[in-house]
Design a protein around this ligand. Structure first.
Ligand code: PAP
Length: 344
């Protein structure tokens, strides 16, 4: 079997997962059916609900609404995921800044091998999601052995709530990003409409209020990481999309310190932080071919450009009545009471 080094991929990680797959993907046989069948009896007993688009089925597994195809992945992640101490996992709910944080974390962690200003940086030819292995995607398909072949430090991505990846904390480091649930709901609606144009915003809004969204309820997802970040701040970095927008450079510095790779004086001099911010900026990523063409997944016919819609905060005012906004705010505030976390 060829090594990653023989493919001109650095021997130190993180390496773009898409590039690593060129080597390892050929050699490993995945078995999604087998994993689904293994847990089919259990999945069938779990309470179910339909996702807002009425297509995908959610199952209530240990208090979280997980897509039925992902429940076997959750079980396998709980039982088998073995973090390395120098691993970093980017975690988030969908539509809360995953793509951006994937890009920022990859660019920051991999900056020695891939200088952010370089013309051949992987983020100039790959969608940020292609740079990180998606944990539930791999575990769903029985492909977790691929993770073992990646050089350290590894950088991975998940939408799972923390109880589905319990070994991650304190086994490695997790960077979490949350977003105002009102903007998350709007972003999710626009995304789902790419598959189902007649989907009403009210349907998505109600599902967020009810808690029945993939990987939700929103508040329980956020709190699972929030609590871990307050208990173990050196293991979980808790970021906010709105703060990233307000001061991306400050957050990139925070991220670099957290992963144990603070910027040196020489890097400060060279403007490395600004190069990372610019490389990963909404305007830059949105304009790249890698993000304008193609689909997210061969099985998910959503064009990649759906990940780069508006890139701002506060768009909820254009979609919600003041009553809807205060209803969701109140639900979230009630759930957050006493936790030290607020969204207002
Ligand atoms: P995912 O969970 O499916 O990967 P995710 O990246 O979390 O989606 O969310 C997409 C949102 O992040 C979009 O928000 P919007 O619908 O309100 O516009 C998208 O525009 C925004 N986004 C993506 N990349 C960036 C970026 N580089 N900077 C700021 N926002 C971004």
């Amino acid at each position: 079997m060829p090594t990653l080094a023989s493919m001109a991929i650095p021997e130190e990680g993180p390496v773009p997962f898409e590039d690593a797959l060129v080597v390892i993907g050929t050699y490993l046989v995945s078995s999604p059916q087998q994993r689904e069948e293994e847990h089919a009896d259990l999945v069938a007993t779990l309470p179910s609900a339909l996702e807002a688009n009425g297509v995908k089925k959610l199952r209530l597994y240990q208090g979280f609404w997980i897509r039925d195809i992902h429940v076997p992945a959750a079980i396998a992640l709980q039982r088998q995921f073995e973090p390395r101490p120098d691993d970093v996992i980017v975690a988030s709910l969908p539509k809360c800044g995953t793509t951006w944080l994937n890009a920022l974390t990859f660019a920051t962690m991999a900056r020695k091998a891939y200088p952010p200003a370089s013309a051949d940086h992987p983020l100039r030819r790959l969608n940020p999601h292609q740079c990180l292995p998606f944990l539930e995607g791999l575990f769903k398909g029985g492909r977790e052995a691929e993770l073992e072949l990646l050089p350290s430090p590894r950088l991975m991505n998940t939408h799972m709530p923390l109880p589905m990846v319990p070994s991650a904390v304190p086994g490695c480091r997790v960077v979490y990003v949350c977003r105002d649930p009102k903007d998350m709901a709007v972003s999710a609606w626009h995304f789902l409409r790419r598959l189902q144009p007649d989907l009403a915003f009210a349907v998505v809004f109600e599902s967020v209020c009810d808690g029945a969204v993939a990987f939700g309820p929103v508040w329980d997802h956020v709190l699972s990481y929030w609590r871990a970040s307050t208990a173990m701040p050196d293991k979980v970095l808790f970021l906010r999309y709105e703060e990233l927008l307000r001061d991306p450079a400050k957050n990139v510095r925070k991220l670099a310190r957290f992963i144990g790779m603070p910027f040196s004086a020489a890097e400060d001099e060279a403007g490395t932080v600004d190069s990372i911010v610019q490389l990963c900026s909404f305007g830059h990523l949105k304009g790249l071919d890698a993000n304008k063409t193609g689909h997210l997944d061969p099985l998910l016919p959503v064009p990649r450009d759906a990940l780069f819609r508006n890139g701002a905060s506060g768009d909820w005012v254009n979609h919600m009545t003041p009553e809807m906004a205060s209803r969701l705010d109140k639900i979230v505030a009630d759930k957050m009471r006493g936790t030290g976390l607020t969204f207002q």
